[in-house]
Design a protein around this ligand. Sequence first.
Ligand code: FES
Ligand code: FES
Length: 150
Amino acid sequence: MLEFTINGEKHQADVPPDMPLLWVLRDVLGMTGTKFGCGIAQCGACTVHLDGVAVRSCQLPAGRVGDRAITTIEGVGNTPAGAKIQKAWIDLEVIQCGYCQPGQIMSAAALLASNPAPDDSDIDAAMAGNICRCGTYVRIREGIKHAARS
Ligand code: FES
Ligand code: FES
C-alpha cells in the first residue's frame, strides 16, 4: 500500500511501486484531470507538481514519490500562481480543444511560482516540453505574461 498527499489530502493506493503515478491518479484514484498523451515523457500532458516542481507523471514510478506533496490540475487553482494562470487562461481564451491544457497550466504555474516575471526565453524554456496539437503557443505565452502582471 502506498500513501500519497495529493492537493493537501492523504490518499492510499494498493498499487505496485513501479506503476506510473499517472496511472495511479487516473485509473486508481479517479482523478482524470491529468491527461495521458504519449506515455514517454515527450508531450507534457501528464504534468503534475512534486513539491512545486513540474514533473511528467507518466514516467514517474509511484514508489518514487515518497513524502513529496503532489499537486494536480484539480488542486493547482488553490495555489497563488495556479489561480493567476487559470484566470489568465480564461481572460485570454487560451484553450482550443483543451486536451493538452492541464499539462500546460501545471508547467506555467510552476514557472510563475518560481519566477514572478518571466521573459520570453524563460517561458520558452519552461514550456518547451509541453506540446499543443492545436498550436495555442502564442496565447499560452501571452497568458503567462498576463498572469505575471496580475
Ligand atoms: S503523457 Fe507524459 S509526457 Fe506525454
Ligand atoms: S488546445 Fe488542443 S492540443 Fe492544446
